[in-house]
Design a protein. Sequence first.
Length: 595
Amino acid sequence: LHWSIYDYFRHTNKNLERFAKENPIILFENIFSTHTHTSPSLLDALTIKSSQKENNELKIISDYHRYPIVDVLNQGSINTKLYSTQAKSGSWNLASGLIFKNAKEKKYSFKHNLGNANYIDKDKPFDHEFLKELTNIIKKDSKGNNFYVFHSYAGHGNYKKNIPKKYREYIDDFYLNKNKKSIFGRKFKNNQKEFLENYDSAMNYISDNIVYTLNEISNLDKPIIFIYTSDHGESPLTGRGHDSSRFIWEMAAVPFLIYFNEQAQIEYSDLFNEISLRSKQNRRETLSNMPSLILEVFDINIFNNNQELDNVSKCRFGDGKCLPDYHTIRNQLNTLGVVNLTYPKNFKKKYVDNTDRATTFSNMKNFFSNKGNDLEICSHRTNSIARFIRFNAILNCMEIDIIIEDQFLDVSHSKNETVYLDLEELIKIQKNKKNILWLDVKNLNNVQNCKRLNKFLKDIKIKNNQIVFFIEFPTYIIENLSDYKECIETTKSMNFMTSYYIPNDLKSICKENNKSEVIDTNRCQYAEKILKQLYDSRLFTDISFDYKNYEYLIKSEYIDKFYLNTWHIPDDNIVEISNENFRLIIPFNDDVNYN
């Protein structure tokens, strides 16, 4: 979420992006950790379940019988060497004692064994200092197959103290003069802005450590395959960190990149091409399938007692065919809490559903993408910077409330709620991404404001010709449609979508009219009149409406003349939509980063 190589708008990966332009880095975009805490996440990512029969009964990660990947590699005469800046022991660091118990070599960056209190060690070197020791070992070690693991500490809270001083400067001045409400919405912590700045700086440091490593191994005369990922994500934008009890999408969304040095590209060209192809398919995957990738790299297959390929050897990382239904599985009051990865939900009532709305939106988008459907899921009321950043990483459509002011377009639901956020500043966040920005214009109550709106939109389009706006015109303009004709035509001439907001009280008016008229009760003359007037005007490409009104629009002979866009639609109804004219859908959203 905070990596510019994944289109984050701040340059947190400047050197890594430069390296990627000159070297074939394989980037996976839809990878999820299976927990938000280090120990269970690494346990799932670096071990193999001993029996697939156990899979039918859902359990927390630590309740499965497992083989560490290290032990499997040992059987193939492949040595594991762990270099860790984490602690040797403690509940947060079970990976060292369990997963790497039988590693040939284990080195830690500090002298004292302090368990979870390792943060008090003042002599601990920074990651890059310890990383140099590992890369020197790799360059000297020319014999045999080795599995090197470097476990970094940078990126952990409080972020700043775990990175060198030269990286503690802010990435840029984007947040400098912005108030916290415009960044985080109505609810935020006093130190949240500082933590966000420090987190982005930490991402820059981690990225440069990756580039250092890649440069060190790129021209060696032995094949090396480099894999980078994170055991979990973080959510400084919501102030929740990686608290699994308050799960949110970005806590499980992790970076994942693979690099074959020049010699590896030559000797393992088929493997390189195969993994590259899978990354471009953009399938969703979890870290629980990483053992299959490690075994694939070392050309190892595991068989069961019947000499059939084990599941871990049949799965191929990144093809999406072994995606589990749930992740972040937790014990909760005599049952399990789960985060769902499916849509429509494959859900059993005996589990507690901890799926946040952002993950649900991601599931919906994935569902329609796999069907080849052009329908877009949109986030509602994307009126804060944090909300825009988070949904920009998931969706291709954001609904934004704006008020036309003299000098700028104010991102706000009403003048009383303004946080002085300029639309032009907000849309910088989408970088080069071609989103549909659904503008709900709150004060388009006269022609002069309409002309002012067009001037702002034109200025934005001059600066960014790829910008895509969906302009929602208010209900009341139909009474003076001829007055707005020239202005709306100007909006259309900029290739923006123009939509008329169907009256919210359409359902009640239609029901009342149908009581007094002897007509088909599924057809509404009031709705028919509105749609005919809109169609005859030739001013609108779309109509937008509360989903409760759809039943009174669907029978109109003009309904197929427009693209359809709706909100207040229950999740279960979205999958039932069959009309191909639907373009944009706003499901019910949460109040995280809400303004």
